[in-house]
Design a protein around this ligand. Structure first.
Ligand SMILES: NC(=O)C1=CN([C@@H]2O[C@H](COP(=O)(O)OP(=O)(O)OC[C@H]3O[C@@H](n4cnc5c(N)ncnc54)[C@H](O)[C@@H]3O)[C@@H](O)[C@H]2O)C=CC1
Ligand SMILES: O=C(O)[C@@H]1CCC=N1
Length: 276
């Protein structure tokens, strides 16, 4: 596997939440690699330029995407799923046919992208904790992608966290867990904060209690190497208070609710693949 320092010039087409997180990882982990990025709006591109990034906006310069991919060995597509095939088709005439195209779009298959350009394609599904170097990214190669292409994608996403290689048939399923998962966690924290306010704490104290409890519990999970079930047992004194709280959550069929949430995300990924 090549070292991050050997990454070729990189273009990021669509530098929003996800493209921006990858950009942050690249700047921190491989500062010598040439990175050119694009956005739709000139205001976003100007903000990136003010931060020292080579950025152009398509609304201001219709050749911005062609400029970004010129000389690039890896092109990351960070636009919305519905735009992926059209944007790749527009880029195809200017793109080096040997350049690796990496899409992070939910639902869009490597086959759909391979029909739009002659390039090797890797499909990736990162998540937003990539912004702080703690992402999880699933990667899967298309029909033209070799072990070298996958290693290149691994190198790129290892700059922003952990990488899992898997068959493309599992990428949508991974997306329902690690891709969407940060939203599940933030929603739980929001609800936990509301429960604290209902107990009479003002908003600031409620937030502090809820957020630091989540952060502390996950830090304990990571540092101890114990199963979450065992760590939960240690909080739950027999006939104590936690037992009552956990009983209420389990009685509300929390487990089935998580499965239904993941199934709903999977169904949407399949709709996106079908162009809906
Ligand atoms: N937000 C997330 O947690 C994750 C998102 N993704 C995928 O990342 C992709 C982007 O999602 P977000 O970052 O959330 O959306 P976003 O709306 O924050 O970013 C999209 C970016 O694309 C730019 N853009 C739009 N049209 C463009 C064009 N023609 N040329 C160049 N740039 C253009 C926009 O200016 C914006 O910067 C989606 O395909 C999504 O499925 C994947 C994993 C996680
Ligand atoms: O919500 C979405 O469609 C994207 C893919 C996974 C996380 N965000």
């Amino acid at each position: 596997m090549s070292a991050p320092g050997s990454l070729p010039p990189i273009a990021i087409i669509g530098t929003g939440s996800m493209g921006g997180a990858i950009l942050a990882g690249l700047r921190a982990g491989a500062p010598d690699v040439r990175v050119r990025v694009t956005t739709r709006s000139e205001a976003s591109a100007a903000a990136l330029r003010a931060d020292g990034v080579e950025a152009r906006a398509v609304e201001h310069d219709s050749d911005a995407n062609a400029w970004a991919v010129s000389g690039a060995g890896v092109v990351v597509l960070g636009v919305k799923p519905a735009q992926i095939v059209a944007v790749l088709g527009e880029l195809a005439p200017t793109l080096d046919p040997a350049a690796l195209v990496v899409s992070v779009a939910a639902g869009i298959t490597t086959a759909a992208m391979e029909a739009a350009a002659p390039n090797p394609v890797v499909r990736a599904m990162p998540n937003t904790p990539s912004l702080v170097g703690r992402g999880v990214t699933g990667v899967s190669g298309g029909a033209r992608s070799t072990a070298t292409h996958l290693a290149l994608a691994d190198d790129l996403f290892r700059l922003v966290g952990t990488v899992v290689e898997l068959p493309e048939s599992q990428i949508d399923a991974l997306s329902t867990i690690s891709g969407s998962g940060p939203a599940y966690v933030f929603l739980l924290i929001e609800e936990f904060t509301r429960a604290a306010q209902a107990m009479g704490f003002d908003e600031n104290v409620a937030r502090l209690l809820a957020e630091q409890t989540f952060i502390g519990a996950t830090a304990l999970l990571e540092a101890s190497g114990e199963d979450p079930e065992e760590l939960r047992r240690r909080v739950t004194s027999p006939k104590g208070t936690t037992e009552q709280a956990v009983g209420v959550l389990q009685g509300a069929k929390l487990s089935a609710l998580f499965t239904r949430a993941a199934e709903a995300a999977l169904a949407r990924a399949r709709e996106l693949a079908a162009g809906a």
